[in-house]
Design a protein around this ligand. Structure first.
Ligand code: UDP
Length: 473
């Protein structure tokens, strides 16, 4: 009865800007170029954050969104991992999601459900209404291979993965040591590990997997995912790089872009640990001193330190206290006279990375940040913190060869001298030159993937054709 109306898609992004941003970009692409309409159903754990609101308020009318009532975690033990909370925020929202889904199934030409890896429990709802489900994989293809191999590795390996003597060699991937496996795989007795094993199995219930990567960047991994009979996953569509195109106009944004306008070309290091990343008090201070010692210009998104967790601002994004108050004595005054600009909590990252004054990016290696760096040809300093970031950092340094990596001392802290050295090397040294040249090559490859006959555009049109073929009840 609704076949005449435009094809409609429901998306369920799990909490975290790194999940919301690429799904919003996918939604915009489908709406602007392929005449879909979209509803985003958004599970929450508290009031929406400013960056979340700003992003959603700029969406076109054909993308509708609902925030679900916040999920309460008071019953959980204090040490519950972020990844478990993300999953629970979706599973505890299932009946609210089902209500909206039911009404959309009755009143629109609903052709698909698209969710990220934390949302696979919603596949059951889609199945009930005979709507195909798709997974949006918001990290690199290699991570997907690891996830699909997890049930096998779980049977073969009896110790913790970090205690394996040899790096694990998976088809289509660079060898990876167990200690660099994603955080959720580090404690095999944990809830998070069990959830991820479960996700790996549930992937097979989807009609297709959309991966935010591209053939030219990860040819071996993507070919493995498409051709490896042993893996036998659902059809894969590598449609990346999808990066943030919305501009953010929150506090400090204009100032930050204006400051960049005044700096020489390629002279500024951008420093940011993503939406969730936080450092300990000691590490924050070493970083401040290291940046100052390097003599390099920097734009630093500063967050208040947290001595317990490296993802302390994951749900809140903004620091609850003034982050500048934690920096070394006199640092703010000394560096604001020309060397640096400090932005508390959130910057218009995608625009910053596209600015000609930026010459390097010290990053926590979140996948979206990596893609934004690639698209803009900005080489990196890899400073992984949590989730799958160590694995990403390895790929950046050893696989793609676009990043330098500072070494931590025996206490696990990266000292200020080491930071100063690596920053100078990236911005002025020979190694820095080499990674910059490499990065420019990947930038061109990304452009090619997104050009008219490019690999990602082709994959997207195949996907669109398949989506449009679905006939609703
Ligand atoms: N981001 C931003 N401003 C900030 C920090 C992050 O716009 O100050 C955006 C960034 O451009 C990226 C996303 O938030 O699109 C972060 O995703 P990523 O996967 O890099 O890291 P996560 O925050 O998920 O750890």
């Amino acid at each position: 009865k609704h076949q005449a109306s435009p094809p409609h898609i429901v998306m369920v992004p799990s909490p975290g800007m790194g999940h919301l941003i690429p799904l919003v970009e996918l939604a915009k692409l489908l709406v602007h170029h392929h005449n879909f309409t979209i509803t985003m159903i958004i599970p929450t754990v508290g009031p929406p954050t400013k960056p979340q609101n700003t992003l959603l308020q700029t969406l076109p009318k054909s993308i509708n969104y609902f925030f679900l009532p916040p999920i309460d975690f008071h019953d959980l033990p204090q040490e519950t991992q972020t990844q478990t909370k993300i999953t629970l925020s979706v599973t505890r929202s299932l009946s609210a999601i089902r209500n909206i889904f039911e009404s959309l199934a009755a009143n629109s030409n609903l052709v698909a459900l698209v969710v990220d890896i934390f949302g696979t429990d919603t596949f059951d709802i889609a199945k009930e209404f005979n709507v195909p489900s798709y997974l949006f994989w918001s990290s690199m293809a290699m991570g997907l291979i690891l996830l699909l191999y997890m049930p096998t590795l779980d049977k073969m390996v009896s110790c913790e993965f970090r205690d394996l003597a040899e790096p694990v060699k998976l088809p289509g991937c660079i060898p990876i040591s167990g200690a660099d496996f994603p955080e959720s795989f580090q404690d095999r007795k944990s809830e998070a590990y069990k959830w991820f094993l479960q996700y790996g199995k549930r992937l097979h219930l989807s009609e297709g997997i959309l991966v935010n990567s591209f053939m030219e960047l990860e040819p071996d991994a993507i070919k493995t995912l498409t051709d490896d009979i042993g893996l036998c996953g659902p059809p894969l569509y590598s449609i990346g790089p999808l990066i943030q195109t919305s501009s953010y106009n929150g506090p400090g944004c204009l100032e930050c872009l204006k400051w960049l306008d005044e700096q020489p070309r390629g002279s500024v290091l951008f420093v940011s640990f993503g939406s969730g990343g936080t450092l300990s008090f000691e590490q924050l201070n070493e970083l401040a001193l290291g940046l100052e010692m390097s003599g390099t210009k920097f734009l630093w998104v500063v967050k208040s330190p947290d001595n317990k967790a490296s993802d302390a601002s994951f749900f809140s994004v903004q620091s609850q206290t003034d982050p500048l108050g934690f920096l070394p004595k006199g640092f703010v005054e000394r560096t604001k006279l020309g060397q640096g600009l400090l932005v508390p909590s959130w910057a218009p990252q995608s625009e910053v990375l596209g600015h000609g004054s930026i010459g390097g990016f010290l990053s926590h290696c979140g996948w979206n940040s990596i893609l934004e760096s690639i698209v803009n040809g900005v080489p990196l300093i890899a400073w992984p913190l949590y989730a799958e970031q160590k694995m990403n950092a390895n790929v950046l340094c050893d696989g793609l060869k676009v990043a330098l990596r500072p070494k931590a001392n025996k206490n696990g802290i990266v000292g200020c001298e080491e930071i100063g050295r690596v920053v100078k090397e990236l911005m002025e040294g020979e190694e820095g030159f080499r990674v910059r040249v490499k990065m420019n090559g990947w930038k061109e490859a990304a452009k090619k993937a997104l050009s008219k006959e490019g690999s990602s555009i082709k994959a997207l049109s195949e996907l669109v054709m398949k989506l449009k073929k679905h006939k609703c009840n």
